[in-house]
Design a protein around this ligand. Structure first.
Ligand SMILES: NC(=O)C1=CN([C@@H]2O[C@H](COP(=O)(O)OP(=O)(O)OC[C@H]3O[C@@H](n4cnc5c(N)ncnc54)[C@H](OP(=O)(O)O)[C@@H]3O)[C@@H](O)[C@H]2O)C=CC1
Ligand SMILES: O=C(O)[C@@H]1CCC=N1
Length: 265
């Protein structure tokens, strides 16, 4: 099976690296093209991938055609590759905010299409990807397309109507969690840790907390209660964070993310 990537930016690279680590397909069966020849050729040669001269060539030579460009240019790129897409190929879009209806409108109504929303944790097999197939993608073909993402982490099949919220609390939230880790780390620096030490401590704590939460099957609130000793330090910190507007700040950030991805701001 050949997997072609149109665009080799942050998200495509994370998936490609995840696929290579999982040995999902041989490196040469991953085809790439992007805007800048020096970029995609260098990247392909670094990892043994197969560069292609054009977006249309990627579409022509691939079984799975992954559209990994920013939303603003997706329509132009689909116009370029439209002639090479057929019912024998699966188009996988990971472009935020572009619906299956719109993808069908920009291509052909009989094409098998998987709309997806991954996150960059795919690079280390820890991805969280939402997928939704159109009516033309079924059975083994659908399983094949989803298996690409399953090789790089968890997959959830969702209604399209859930995508913008999913994107905010997963795709974008990778950055928000890192923002939190960086905030903890800066607090450590304030009190004398080096940035490197503090970041290591904060990142390991975040990782451990997520793993413990999932392993225990408890709610986050229950975990907070376990850490908060009666009359202790943690509850004092939680209350101060709440006073400073921690929860409303997070919800406001998610609201803004959803508004941007749905074009409602
Ligand atoms: N970053 C993330 O965490 C996530 C991103 N996404 C989605 O992924 C998509 C890409 O985002 P991201 O990877 O962050 O963006 P980047 O800017 O990192 O990558 C965009 C890629 O598109 C390429 N490109 C630009 N113009 C063309 C063209 N005409 N033909 C072919 N390739 C072209 C660029 O080429 P070159 O490198 O040569 O300049 C680059 O490789 C977006 O639609 C976004 O919504 C979805 C979930 C998470
Ligand atoms: O910032 C963005 O637009 C993309 C979508 C989800 C994560 N990154």
């Amino acid at each position: 099976m050949k997997i072609g990537f149109i665009g080799v930016g942050s998200m495509a690279q994370a998936i490609i690296q995840g696929l290579l680590k999982a040995e999902f397909v041989p490196a040469q069966d991953i085809l790439v093209h992007s805007a800048h020849r020096d970029h995609y050729e260098k990247y392909a040669s670094q990892y043994g991938l197969t560069p292609q001269e054009s977006n249309a060539a990627v579409a022509k030579e691939s079984d799975l055609v992954v559209l990994a460009v920013v939303p603003a240019i997706a329509a132009d790129v689909l116009a370029e590759i439209r002639g090479e897409l057929s019912v024998k190929k699966t188009l996988i879009s990971l472009v935020s905010g572009i619906s299956l209806d719109r993808l069908e409108e920009l291509t052909d109504y009989n094409l098998p299409i998987l709309r997806s929303l991954p996150n960059i944790n795919s690079e280390f097999g820890q991805g969280m990807t939402a997928v939704c197939a159109n009516e033309n993608l079924k059975g083994d073909r659908k399983a094949q397309a989803i298996s690409m993402y399953a090789a790089t982490g968890n997959v959830a099949e969702l209604e399209e109507s859930q995508f913008s919220v999913f994107s905010a609390i997963s795709g974008s939230a990778v950055a928000y969690v890192d923002f939190f880790i960086d905030s903890l780390s800066r607090a450590g620096v304030k009190y004398g840790f080096t940035k490197q030490q503090a970041t290591q401590i904060a990142a390991q704590t975040t990782l451990g907390s997520a793993q413990s939460l999932m392993a225990s099957k408890k709610s986050p609130a229950e975990m907070i209660d376990k850490v908060s000793s009666p009359g202790g330090d943690t509850i004092a910190g939680i209350l101060a964070m709440e006073e400073a507007g921690f929860l409303p700040a997070v919800i406001k950030g998610i609201d803004a993310t959803i508004a941007k991805s749905t074009g409602s701001n």
